[in-house]
Design a protein around this ligand. Structure first.
Ligand SMILES: Nc1nc2c(ncn2[C@@H]2O[C@H](COP(=O)(O)OP(=O)(O)OP(=O)(O)O)[C@@H](O)[C@H]2O)c(=O)[nH]1
Ligand SMILES: [Mg+2]
Length: 299
């Protein structure tokens, strides 16, 4: 298997061609004047860097060009270092977590990501239990059951249409007897605008809070990286009603809009924990700022 860095680089190909490769085209020119600055602005917007970041970067480039006229040599380095400052520092894993509550809009990659997480934790020696709390679609339980069998990780399910909180309750109650120390909960896709479904989510969180302390619960929102900045609004709303501890960006391999990772960090101040980089169970990379910048700007 390729090492982490080469897998990261590979998954960044689409974003690279929409962002850094086009930037390097500007760098190759001998002078930077207003035409190039406008081109750069368009590149940043197209890569879904978001308007605030684009404006901040463009203003700085303009100011630099005005001051020195010749910054063709270091514009690349300048952008690289500027973008770096938008991302948070490395993020340390604590071993306390007992429950992962996973949510997001429809089709964002929740169930697949849960399989990846479950395998990762199992490989690390945790005793994982899955809860099929997407009782909305019969096929959803089946999809998680397939992973459960393949990964040989037990799963709690109830009849279709059961209250998702009751599935979670049963799973929490059953953890000890089964010798499990980590519960991962799959939930139905929901739009941040649907009040009933958001209330249902809050209820799930309350059920969990009756069993474990807040430091033992981690809420994870899965964002589809191909939707780019649209995910920002979704995340903001989920954060307001449920509270997001960390984000996972799925489908990074299919996205040309990877620039939105910078606007997520700037706007939401939430840590990105993993990148989903494929449909396979091992296609999950822990997010590291330094590796990400290095892979993105490699020439
Ligand atoms: N290329 C790629 N595809 C992914 C990734 N993660 C998930 N997918 C695909 O995206 C589709 C949706 O994934 P699911 O895991 O079913 O998404 P979900 O959020 O559980 O969907 P609902 O339960 O219907 O809301 C599937 O075809 C997955 O194989 C990823 O990191 N990369
Ligand atoms: Mg699902």
């Amino acid at each position: 298997m390729l090492n982490l860095m080469s897998r990261l680089k590979k998954s960044l190909q689409k974003t690279q061609s929409s962002l850094t490769q086009r930037m390097s085209h500007i760098v190759l020119k001998n002078t930077i004047d207003e035409d190039e600055i406008e081109e750069l602005e368009e590149i940043l917007i197209t890569a879904d860097m978001g308007v605030p970041i684009t404006m901040e970067l463009i203003d700085s480039v303009r100011a630099k060009v005005k001051a020195s006229k010749d910054m063709t040599d270091d514009i690349y380095g300048f952008l690289r270092e500027s973008l770096r400052t938008y991302l948070p520092d490395e993020w340390k894993e604590t071993n306390k977590v007992k429950v992962l509550l996973v949510f997001g809009v429809n089709g964002s990659g929740k169930t697949t990501t849960i399989a990846k997480l479950a395998k990762k934790y199992k490989d690390e020696g945790r005793k994982v239990l899955l809860a099929a709390a997407d009782t909305f679609r019969a096929a959803a339980v089946e999809q998680l059951r397939v992973w459960s069998k393949r990964l040989e990780i037990p799963m709690i399910e109830k009849a279709d249409g059961a209250d998702p909180s009751s599935v979670i309750y049963e799973a929490l109650e059953g953890m000890k007897a089964r010798g499990c120390d980590l519960l991962i909960i799959d939930t139905a896709g929901r739009l941040h605008t649907n009040k009933n479904l958001m209330d249902e989510m809050s209820k799930m969180k309350r059920t969990i809070a009756q069993h474990v302390s807040s430091s033992e619960l981690r809420t994870q929102m899965i964002l589809d990286a191909t939707t780019g900045n649209n995910g920002l609004m979704q995340a903001r709303q989920f954060d307001k009603t449920i509270g997001i501890d960390e984000l996972i960006l799925a489908k990074f391999d299919s996205s040309a809009k990877g620039g939105f990772i910078f606007s997520i960090a700037r706007e939401l101040k939430l840590p990105v924990k993993y990148l989903g980089i494929g449909e396979g169970v091992d296609d999950l990379l822990p997010f590291s700022r330094d590796d990400f910048i290095e892979a993105l700007f490699e020439r």
